[in-house]
Design a protein around this ligand. Structure first.
Ligand SMILES: [Zn+2]
Ligand SMILES: [Zn+2]
Ligand SMILES: [Zn+2]
Length: 449
């Protein structure tokens, strides 16, 4: 057991308790009001904790909800393919920059075609213009205010929002607010080499620390105003502020990562215990690196292995994909659709790049994120809604669309798995989420089998 885990056992158990129905109701009513989402409500339920309910009638194809993420990451392996805003995840730069950068980075270390590489550099730096690329304009690239050259943004407001929300602690530039940039780089490298879910956990922790600090600043200011203020001998106000900063994460369903992670197919059941120990050890290593980088003395419980394991477990269980379609795909489809005569001329310029990209020309931005409202949606094998992005949805928000008529007051459900699978297969997959499905379809198929 770790020192922090024993020393702060009471506070840790308060951070990990399930929120009361009243807390759930208050938090989500507040969230939906500030986001001006009027179509749905989140309500506590007897069986599953909470659920999302329609607050109006929806027809098939209607937008039920857009759910901005609490925290999200682009997968490390996807960063070569797509240059996106580090805050809202929309594509940035230009069609030329997207294509040039990707091919240039892919080609590093490979055989060198000097002439082609020169062209790529020109593309990357927007000194070579491709025909019709202006029809697919993207926002310009804004640097990180901390100067890290690792994260870029679509706008000053996205850069500032990300900086205030979490990046100031996780930036490796000279403006970083971390304790030690070298330690931070080590943590990031470890996550890139093992599992980038650690980067998401670090964002969640940074976000909580920064929120705590801003609550504390307001609190201290208020206290200074009171002339005869009572001193907090026990310092308990600090923990109540931390609990407040933690609230968005308190709402998510959590289990320890090493307890809830699904056993990979290539691991034998007899190896299960040692597999789970290895996962725990990996989390421990990652946490030690994170502590060296951003430990905050006033937020120590956040750096316990217990909390770290539960945060990662929460992401594992909610398993929500972040997907943004690529404008490069649209661009090449457009070129392909040009009238024959014109296409021939244009194709001569674009063909070498298209061929070099190969099948990867259409790769979208892929990552993992936590969407607070989508994560409250319960599963059904005959769902009435689905997570589905429309053409206009070009950022990292989750988009939920009705796939049949939904009456006001009805629960909105999505399928966590491929619902076309057979009952037995669905059951096995859903076991990883820790429940047995009792949806009308499962009940019926169970009776008839
Ligand atoms: Zn943005
Ligand atoms: Zn930075
Ligand atoms: Zn079912």
């Amino acid at each position: 057991m770790e020192v922090i885990d024993t020393q702060f056992a009471d506070q840790i158990s308060l951070l990990l308790q399930s929120p009361s129905p009243l807390q759930v109701q208050e938090y989500f009513d507040d969230l939906l009001t500030t986001k001006r989402s009027h179509g749905v409500q989140v309500k506590p339920t007897n069986h599953y904790g909470k659920g999302v309910y329609a607050d109006m009638d929806f027809e098939e194809g209607d937008l039920v909800l857009k759910d901005p993420m609490l925290v999200g990451i682009q997968h490390s392996s996807n960063k070569i393919d797509c240059l996106v805003c580090g805050c809202c995840f929309c594509f940035i730069g230009s069609i030329e920059m997207q294509i040039g950068r990707k091919l240039f980075l892919q080609g590093l270390g490979g055989p060198k075609d000097v002439c082609f590489n020169e062209k790529l550099e020109l593309l990357m730096h927007e000194k070579l213009e491709l025909p019709y690329s202006k029809k697919f304009p993207l926002p310009g690239v804004i640097n990180c205010p901390g100067g890290c050259k690792e994260v870029y943004y679509c706008s000053k407001s996205c850069a500032q929002a990300d900086w205030d929300n979490c990046h100031s602690l996780l930036c490796t530039g000279e403006g970083s607010k971390s304790l030690n940039n070298k330690a931070l780089s080590k943590f990031i490298q470890h996550a890139n080499e093992t599992n980038d879910i650690f980067l998401l956990a670090a964002k969640a922790i940074s976000c909580t620390i920064l929120k705590y600090r801003s609550l504390k600043a307001v609190y201290d200011k208020e206290k200074d105003k009171e002339k005869n203020h009572v001193s907090d001998v026990l310092g308990n106000h600090n923990f109540s502020l931390l609990l407040k900063a933690w609230k968005p994460l308190l709402m998510g369903y959590k289990r320890r990562w090493w307890d809830c992670i699904a056993l990979p197919i290539d691991v034998d059941v007899s190896e299960e215990d040692s597999f789970r120990m290895q996962i725990k050890q990996l989390a421990f290593e990652s946490l030690e690196l994170l502590k060296a980088a951003i430990l905050d003395e006033e937020c120590l419980p956040l750096f316990s292995l217990e909390i770290y394991g539960h945060i990662i477990g929460m992401f594992e269980l909610n398993n929500l994909d972040l997907v943004v379609a690529s404008p490069v795909e649209d661009y090449f489809l457009y070129i392909d659709d040009l009238p024959e005569a014109e296409k021939k001329e244009v194709d001569e310029i674009t063909r070498p790049f298209f061929d070099a990209l190969g099948e990867g020309y259409s790769v979208c931005c892929e990552g993992t994120a936590f969407f607070p409202i989508q994560s409250c949606m319960n599963h059904s094998c005959c769902p009435n809604a689905k997570a589905f992005k429309r053409d206009e949805d070009r950022d990292g928000q989750a988009t939920i669309i009705a796939c049949k008529h939904i009456k006001k007051g009805e629960e909105v459900t999505i399928s966590y798995i491929d619902e076309d699978l057979e009952l037995e297969v669905r059951r096995a997959l859903l076991a990883d989420y820790g429940f047995i499905c009792k949806c009308p379809r499962c009940v019926e198929e169970d009776h008839s089998s």
